[in-house]
Ligand binder design. Structure first.
Ligand code: PGA
Length: 251
């Protein structure tokens, strides 16, 4: 059986190298636990080297974004080749906080292609902004998946990861996060859309993660979801105790 996947999205935290070192020391004390998972840490870019050095034995590096082009001169961008040379293996793409800044699904699709060409595994984030009784959020999700993966071959889609991150559940407390029943329904729906677009074999092989207020209180229940391969965790990934609980719930 393939290992569960856990992605730590540090966003723009911690606010100093010192704090980052403290978190990494705490994580490394639980390295035996983390080695049982495919753990990826996505720190702010200036901490790449620090994370790579201190967490090498039990995790791999992820980036929180990629540029839309693989080659060229673009002041301010960090190109995939540079990220790869630091050991970045995975990239979170289309995170809702980037979509909120104007990133469209078409741009996400471009970034997915850049990642795959560079040999970086895309973690493509999708998720509705709100849920409604009529199920209109499913149409939204279908369109977002379709456009974020447009122009990709079946083979390309089989090499990526999908993270279901309903926007309304991000940055809340555990009680306000998604419940296991709704999560199970969404995971089935995502697989159905992937199957309609790329065939059943591809749909079954793509790992689906959940992200949105995962923490020590709800991870155990959410981890039971059939067909779910792991979590993409924001705030709880910066708290070693909570993160340890989340990691354990996947085993
Ligand atoms: P959260 O963030 O776990 O803090 O809700 C998740 C995410 O934004 O990826």
């Amino acid at each position: 059986m393939a290992k569960p996947i856990l992605v730590a999205n540090w966003k723009n935290y911690p606010s100093s190298q010192e704090e980052a070192r403290t978190i990494l020391s705490a994580l490394s004390r639980k390295s035996t636990l983390y080695k049982k998972l495919s753990l990826f840490i996505a720190p702010p870019l200036p901490y790449l080297d620090l994370v790579s050095t201190r967490a090498k034995s039990f995790s791999r590096l992820a980036s929180q974004d990629l540029p839309t082009l693989a080659k060229g001169t673009f002041t301010g961008e960090v190109m995939p080749d540079i990220l790869k040379s630091f050991g970045v293996r995975v990239a979170i793409l289309g995170h809702s906080e980037r979509r909120a800044l104007g990133e469209t699904s078409e741009i996400v699709a471009q970034k997915v292609k850049v990642a795959l060409r560079a040999g970086i595994v895309p973690v493509v984030c999708v998720g509705e902004e709100s849920r409604d009784q009529e199920g209109e959020h499913f149409d939204f999700l279908r369109q977002q998946i379709k456009h974020s993966l447009s122009g990709l071959s079946k083979q390309a889609v089989s090499s990526l990861i999908v993270a279901y991150e309903p926007v309304w559940a991000i940055g809340k407390n555990a009680k306000e996060a998604i419940g296991p029943v709704d999560l199970a329904e969404s995971v089935i729906f995502i697989r159905k859309v992937l199957s309609d677009l790329f065939g059943r074999n591809v749909a079954e092989s793509v790992p689906v993660l959940y992200g949105g207020s995962v923490d020590a209180k709800n991870s155990e229940a959410l981890a039971q979801t059939s067909g779910l391969r792991g979590f993409l965790v924001g705030r709880a990934s910066l708290n070693p105790k909570s993160f340890e609980a989340v990691a354990s719930s996947l085993l």
